[in-house]
Write a protein of this length. Structure first.
Length: 70
């Protein structure tokens, strides 16, 4: 899936410590994200929740999704 910030996250078919199952490309900017939950269709398009760091202490926040591929 492609997040609204342009970052691409891929399905890794696994979860670890409550994170994933989508892993995002290595962050190159300060607003990059590390892991995301599966996207869900909403009334306004696609959305997901992502965390800033691959760390159990990093909270998940709502994020808009621009594209979802299968």
């Amino acid at each position: 899936m492609r997040l609204h910030n342009g970052q691409v996250c891929i399905l890794v078919r696994g979860t670890w410590d409550g994170r994933g199952p989508f892993a995002c490309a290595t962050p190159t900017a300060t607003n990059s994200l590390a892991d995301c939950h599966a996207p869900a269709a909403t009334a306004h398009g696609w959305a997901t929740s992502c965390q800033a760091r691959q760390d159990t202490s990093s909270p998940f926040s709502a994020v808009s999704v621009d594209n979802v591929w299968n």
